[in-house]
Design a protein around this ligand. Sequence first.
Ligand code: FE
Length: 147
Amino acid sequence: MNDTTATTNITTNRRPVNKTEAEWRSELTPEQYRVLRQAGTERPFTGEYWNHKEDGSYTCAACGAVLFGSDTKFDSHCGWPSFFEAFAPDTVELKSDQSHGMTRVEALCRNCGSHLGHLFDDAPQTPTGQRYCINSASLNFQKNDPT
Ligand code: FE
């Protein structure tokens, strides 16, 4: 792919995974759909992964892309799974979010465009100082192969 193609893809918002909202609605649970496709937020301390500590990879619940490794997960006490770094530099897309009277940085899955959560610069205890505050509903977990 040359640079022109890459730019075109970004400006037309084309992604490797492009599904209609009807398709997403039929594939996801109502809570996953609300969070991933309507930028909803699960209540803190209610999700499956905020206190999950196994070794493995967290993938996008919509498209399966690997988003975060357990080695970057940390205990932020905020009630949502928190990571100090994305799995790879182009895994998570960042976008300015002015909703709810706040200026925040929204974190989206680069592969399918689904909403994951937000990125904050409030984690000085981590190597990056950053906190990807991610909804459990946006994630699935794959345990590391023990071999
Ligand atoms: Fe995705």
